[in-house]
Design a binder for this molecule. Structure first.
Ligand SMILES: [Zn+2]
Ligand SMILES: [Zn+2]
Length: 292
């Protein structure tokens, strides 16, 4: 069974409609796909219909921006009740922060000499509920300032670069608690990618587990082989679920093709069992896996 638990559609910063992502997943021979757009469940309805149509299982999820000791940490929330008020409140703050910072980022980029207008960025957004740096990056690519999104981030948009403006992110510990209370299973995405390695050691992961953390994403393109081995050992030691996924973004991210990393079926069953446990102890609406 081929299981890919972390993908993005244009409900956040992927480049394809949720329906297209699901169709591609089926075409690629995946049996289970997790749709985990950033800070949003906006793609779930369309993806669910598509999953039923093409006959694969969909795990509704989201990837939530959090912060731990000044480092950005992405928390994958699988099967949370998206209407759980504390979760909705946090997602609302994240979206407001992201949208509010657009004008500030563009002003800084213009001050640095780039000709970029808000309307141009909005034209890149499509159905996505939030405007993010990837959309600005796409405009910089389209206008020939940079070759691709990676260069746009490295030269203009990352922390410390001219276009960077900080924004709201939830506290990691609090978000793990909220996802758990929302009947979901919290998994740290790419724990040793993108600058979060420093803060996510064995001890911190153990501590987050006491807040409800269910697993860590081990097999991810950001992790070299020895990091994967070390993370798998931590997962085994702490009895955390170890997942694997592509972090697919369509054309928005190279080298993240659907199915390039997979989750072991036994680990997947443990993840589902943890979400079911959390949902029943929360007494909330259970968010079900779509399809059979
Ligand atoms: Zn991420
Ligand atoms: Zn992602």
């Amino acid at each position: 069974m081929r299981i890919d638990l972390h993908t993005h559609s244009n409900a956040s910063d992927g480049t394809q409609d949720p329906r297209v992502v699901i169709q591609l997943a089926a075409d690629t021979g995946l049996h289970v796909i997790g749709l985990t757009d950033h800070d949003s469940a906006a793609g779930w309805v369309e993806a669910s219909a598509a999953a039923l149509e093409v006959g694969i299982r969909l795990v509704p999820g989201m990837e939530i921006s959090t912060i731990h000791q000044h480092a950005g940490v992405h928390v994958l929330a699988y099967l949370p009740d998206p209407t759980y008020p504390p979760l909705m409140a946090e997602l609302g703050l994240i979206l407001d922060g992201r949208n509010g910072r657009l004008a500030a980022m563009l002003a800084q980029l213009r001050a640095a000499g780039l000709d970029i207008r808000e309307a141009e960025v909005r034209a890149q957004v499509g159905a996505a509920p939030a405007i993010g740096r990837p959309h600005i990056a796409d405009v910089l690519v389209a206008k020939g300032y940079v070759a691709d999104r990676n260069q746009a981030f490295a030269e203009w948009l990352n922390w410390g670069r001219p276009g960077y403006v900080s924004r709201y992110a939830a506290d990691t510990r609090r978000m793990v608690q909220i996802v758990t209370a929302a009947g979901g299973a919290a998994v740290i995405a790419h724990p040793w990618g993108r600058g979060s390695r420093r803060v996510l050691d064995h001890e911190t992961l153990a501590s987050l587990q006491s807040d409800g953390l269910v697993g860590i994403e081990v097999d991810h393109q950001d992790h070299a082989r020895d990091d994967r081995d070390a993370l798998r050992a931590i997962a085994r030691d702490l009895d955390l679920v170890a997942t694997g996924a592509s972090d697919f973004h369509g054309a928005g991210k190279v080298d993240h093709e659907l199915g390039c990393n997979l989750t072991d079926p036994g680990q997947f069953e443990r993840l589902l069992a943890a979400a079911a446990d959390n949902a029943s102890s929360a007494g909330l609406n259970v968010t079900a896996v779509v399809g059979s």
